[in-house]
Every structure is written in C-alpha cells, then in structure tokens.
Design a protein around this ligand. Structure first.
Ligand code: ADP
Ligand code: AMP
Length: 217
C-alpha cells in the first residue's frame, strides 16, 4: 500500500444520521461505506447462518455478539475495495469492538483518523426512526425530512421502500438504552485518543455534511 488508508468512525445514537452521512462522506472522499447493520441485513435477506443469528438479536434491539461482529468486519475490510480506507457506520459499538478494531488496523498499518460524534436529543431520535423508510440497497429516506420523489418508492431503482422491524417505538427506546449502556463509553475513549469531533446532528442534512467535511479535512 503506497498511500496511507483513511478510517473514519461515525459515532452517535441510533437515528443520529450516521448512515445518511456515511454514504455521502464515503462518496465524496472516495472511501468505502462499511455499515455493520447493512451487512447483517444483507446476510439476513440472503438467509445465511450469520443473518439468522444476527436477526435474533436485531429484532430485540440487542447487539450482535462481539466475536461475530468483529469477524465480519475483519473479512469486509480485507477486500480490495477497502484499500484506501473506510467510513465505518455502526462499528465499533462496544469497548471490546473498539479494542479489536485498533488491533486489526495496526496489523494493516492503519489507524482511526477521525471520529465524528453526531449528537441529537432522544425525542428527535424517536421521531426520525419512526419516519425512516429504507430501500433494499441501503438508501435511507425520511417521510418528512428526506422524502423520496414518489412515496414508498426508491428514487434510484424504483424498488419499494420498507420500514425496519427494529424501528418500532418500543424497540427504538430499547436501542437508545443499549446505545447509552454499551456504546457511549466510546465517546470518552476516542476523546482521550484525540480523534473525536463533536457534530450537531440536529441541523439539516446538507449542513451536517458540510460540518463533517470540515471536521475530517
Ligand atoms: P443512523 O444511521 O444514525 O441510525 P440514519 O442516517 O438512518 O441514522 O437517519 C435516521 C433517520 O433520520 C432517517 O430517516 C434519515 O432520513 C433522517 N435524517 C438523517 N439526518 C437527518 C437530519 N440532519 N435532519 C433530519 N432528518 C435526518
Ligand atoms: P444499525 O443499522 O446500525 O442501526 O444496526 C441495526 C442492528 O444491527 C443493531 O441494533 C444491532 O442489533 C446490529 N448491529 C449493527 N452493528 C453492530 C455492532 N457493531 N455490534 C453489534 N451489533 C450490531
């Protein structure tokens, strides 16, 4: 590898806008968008053993076990398209995953370069997730804040949009709790490492993108 690869970790609660922004950033920076949630959902739609296992945790709003998640990320990052680096979306999500990620990157002479922490208050998160419409190719819409041109239809390939099973209000509240219990310690971890940048996620999507591009420049 000639040029050093760049790794960006999108941190923030469910509904903060990590997926929306990770897609845009990856495209603008020429990096790959690696979403562990999307990878699990792809496995589920292909009915793999990994997909079935992951789904038993996802429907309850629980985290998939660390060993399974880390192995999946390791495999994904080893593929040639990740040679220039990646925008990580939804990983790491526990201190154990963050530690394993450091080790994994050190093996390939990489490191976590930037950790944008997108903060959004809880009431806004619930509203965002209850209006989230997904396409099967991972594009993310919102019924009010980022609507598709035609209701329930993907702008790009015309396929039907769907609501995620785990975006039901009761599961959302549990996912937010899981985030505070298991993921929020990473804020301090990356602050200590000097890579954390706080981003106000309540602004409009385009403004958040501008703030992020400035933060990772
Ligand atoms: P995450 O990946 O962090 O769970 P998403 O990117 O899927 O979050 O965004 C959650 C929902 O909020 C989606 O419906 C998305 O369209 C919408 N959304 C994302 N960013 C904003 C924003 N800045 N303002 C309003 N709605 C947003
Ligand atoms: P997301 O698409 O990021 O909202 O993730 C959806 C669900 O997938 C989560 O609620 C978890 O069940 C699972 N998941 C995604 N990423 C991870 C991860 N890094 N560790 C454990 N579980 C994960």
């Amino acid at each position: 590898m000639n040029e050093k690869a760049t790794y960006i970790v999108m941190l923030g609660p469910p509904g903060a806008g990590k997926g929306t922004q990770a897609k845009i950033l990856a495209e603008k920076l020429g990096l790959v968008h690696v979403s562990t949630g999307d990878l699990f959902r792809e496995n589920l739609s292909q009915e793999t053993e990994l997909g079935k296992l992951a789904s038993s945790f996802m429907v309850r709003g629980e985290l998939v076990p660390d060993d399974v998640t880390i192995a999946m990320v390791k495999e994904r990052l080893s593929r040639p398209d990740c040679a220039r680096g990646a925008v990580m979306d939804g990983f790491p999500r526990t201190p154990a995953q963050a530690g394993a990620f450091e080790t994994l990157l050190a093996e390939i002479d990489g490191k976590v370069d930037h950790v944008p922490f997108i903060s959004v208050p809880n009431d806004v998160l619930v509203e965002r997730l209850s209006g989230r419409w997904m396409s099967h190719s991972g594009r993310v819409y919102h019924a009010l804040y980022n609507p598709p041109k035609v209701k329930w239809v993907d702008d790009v390939d015309g396929s039907p949009l769907y609501q995620r099973e785990d975006d039901k209000p009761e599961t959302v509240l549990h996912r937010i709790k899981v985030y505070y219990d298991q993921t929020s310690p990473l804020i301090e971890f990356y602050r200590q490492a000097g890579t954390l940048v706080e981003i106000d996620g309540t602004k409009e999507i385009e403004q958040v993108t501008e703030d992020l591009l400035e933060a990772v420049a």
